[in-house]
Design a protein around this ligand. Structure first.
Ligand SMILES: Nc1ncnc2c1ncn2[C@@H]1O[C@H](COP(=O)(O)OP(=O)(O)OP(=O)(O)O)[C@@H](O)[C@H]1O
Ligand SMILES: [Mg+2]
Length: 372
C-alpha cells in the first residue's frame, strides 16, 4: 500500500510538473480527441481564446478554430478527421469567446492515446504580428511623399535627361542660323523659322523644369482636360526635325479625335518624346525605320496610345526591367527615360507596358483613363 501510494504520489507529481511545463509554453496547446472535443488546454490556450481555464475542456475545437477541417462521418457524427491542415486558400482564423476572430498560425500533429488517434493543436495568435505589419504598411504609405523626395535623385537625373533634347535642338538650330547668316544674310525667312524653333524649345525646357518642381511640391495645378490626339500631334511637331535627321519615317493612326483625358500636356509630351527617341535609337541600324503612333479606345473608359517601331525589339527577359531606373543598353544612355515615363504616367493614373511585335520591332502601350 505504502509503495502504491508512493507510486501514486510520484505520478501526480510528474503530472503536476508536466502541467507546469505545458503552461509555461508561450504557444496555445490543445489536445483534441477523435470527435473534435478538447481534452486538455494549456494556460496560453485559455488566455488566447478568452475562456477561463476550466471552461476549455469539453469544448468543440470547431468552435475555436472554425476553419480547420472537420469532416462529417457517414453516420452523421462529426469527427475530428484525418484532415490536419487548414482548408487550402484559407488564412486560419481563431474565434475568441464573444465571437471575435483573430489571425492564427495553426499546427496540428497526431498523437496516439489509449489506442485512439488524438490531435495536438498548437495555435499562435498573430494579431500583434499583423498589427505590426499593418503599421509598417502604413508607414510605407506615408513614405509615398518621402518617395517623392527620393525622386529628387530621379528628378535630377530626369532634368539632365529631359533638358538634353531641347538644349541640343537649340544648339543645332543656333549653329544652323549662324551658318546661314554667314553664307547669305538675306535668307531672313529661314532664320525666323529657326529662331522660332529655338524659342519654342527654350520655352519647353523652362516648362519642363517648372512642372518637375511642381511634381516635387505635390502640385497638380497643371492638370486639366486635354485631347490625346492633339497632344500626339504636338509631340510629333516638336520632334519632327530629329526624325528627319535620323532618317525615320513616321505614320500617324489617330482614332481618338474627341477623347479627352485629365492630365498635364507637357508631361505627357515628355513621355511620348522619350518613347519616340528610344524607338529612333532602336532603329538606328535597321534597314527600315518606321515609327507609328496610334491612338484608339479599346474600351469606353480607356484611351490607348501606342508607339511602334521597326527596330530589333526588346529581349523578352528585359521587358519588365527596362522600366527600372538606370537600365540601359546604350553606351551614352542614362537609363532614365522609361523610369521617368512610368513615374509621370502613374501620376495620371495611367499604365505603360512594353511588348514585341510579331513582325519584329517593339511597341509601348499607354493606357490613360478617359475623362467623364
Ligand atoms: N523601342 C525600343 N526597342 C528596343 N529596346 C528599347 C526600346 N525602348 C527602350 N529600349 C530598351 O530599354 C532601355 C531603357 O530605356 P530608357 O529610355 O529608360 O533608357 P535609355 O534610352 O537607355 O537612356 P536614356 O536615359 O538616355 O533614355 C534602353 O537602353 C533599351 O535597351
Ligand atoms: Mg531613352
Amino acid at each position: 500500500m505504502v509503495a502504491l501510494n508512493r507510486q501514486d504520489g510520484d505520478r501526480s507529481h510528474a503530472e503536476e510538473q508536466l502541467r507546469a511545463l505545458l503552461d509555461a509554453v508561450p504557444t496555445a496547446l490543445l489536445l483534441v480527441d477523435p470527435e473534435g472535443t478538447i481534452r486538455y488546454a494549456n494556460d496560453r490556450a485559455a488566455s488566447v481564446f478568452g475562456y477561463p481555464r476550466a471552461d476549455m475542456d469539453g469544448r468543440a475545437i470547431a468552435q475555436l478554430l472554425p476553419d480547420l477541417g472537420v469532416v462529417v462521418r457517414p453516420r452523421g457524427a462529426p469527427t475530428w478527421a484525418e484532415q490536419t491542415q487548414p482548408l487550402p486558400g484559407h488564412d486560419p482564423q481563431g474565434r475568441r469567446r464573444g465571437g471575435d476572430h483573430f489571425p492564427a498560425e495553426v499546427m496540428v500533429n497526431r498523437v496516439d492515446l489509449d489506442g485512439r488517434m488524438h490531435r495536438v493543436v498548437a495555435v499562435n495568435d498573430l494579431t500583434d504580428k499583423r498589427n505590426a505589419e499593418q503599421e509598417i504598411a502604413f508607414e510605407r504609405e506615408s513614405m509615398a511623399h518621402m518617395s517623392r523626395v527620393t525622386l529628387v535623385g530621379e528628378i535630377s537625373g530626369s532634368l539632365a535627361h529631359e533638358l538634353n533634347q531641347p538644349l541640343a535642338a537649340i544648339l543645332s538650330n543656333a549653329q544652323a542660323a549662324l551658318r546661314i547668316l554667314r553664307r547669305d544674310p538675306g535668307e531672313i525667312a529661314d532664320i525666323r523659322e529657326i529662331l522660332e524653333d529655338i524659342v519654342e524649345n527654350d520655352q519647353r525646357a523652362g516648362e519642363v523644369i517648372r512642372r518637375l518642381r511642381g511634381l516635387l511640391r505635390r502640385e497638380c495645378r497643371s492638370f486639366g482636360p486635354l485631347v490625346v490626339d492633339e497632344m500626339v500631334h504636338d509631340s510629333i511637331r516638336i520632334i519632327r526635325n530629329d526624325l528627319i535627321n535620323r532618317g525615320v519615317e513616321y505614320r500617324l493612326d489617330l482614332r481618338a479625335p474627341i477623347s479627352r483625358v485629365h492630365g498635364d500636356t507637357v508631361q505627357l509630351q515628355q513621355v511620348l518624346l522619350n518613347l519616340i527617341l528610344n524607338a529612333c535609337d532602336a532603329m538606328a541600324d535597321s534597314p527600315q525605320r518606321v515609327l507609328t503612333l496610334c491612338t484608339h479606345a479599346p474600351s469606353t473608359d480607356v484611351i490607348r496610345v501606342e508607339v511602334r517601331d521597326t527596330g530589333p525589339g526588346i529581349a523578352p527577359d528585359r521587358l519588365d526591367a527596362i522600366f527600372a531606373p538606370f537600365q540601359t543598353s546604350k553606351p551614352n544612355g542614362l537609363g532614365m527615360g522609361l523610369a521617368i515615363c512610368r513615374t509621370l504616367l502613374r501620376a495620371h493614373g495611367a499604365s505603360i507596358e512594353a511588348a514585341n511585335l510579331p513582325g519584329g520591332g517593339a511597341v509601348f502601350c499607354i493606357d490613360l483613363p478617359i475623362l467623364e
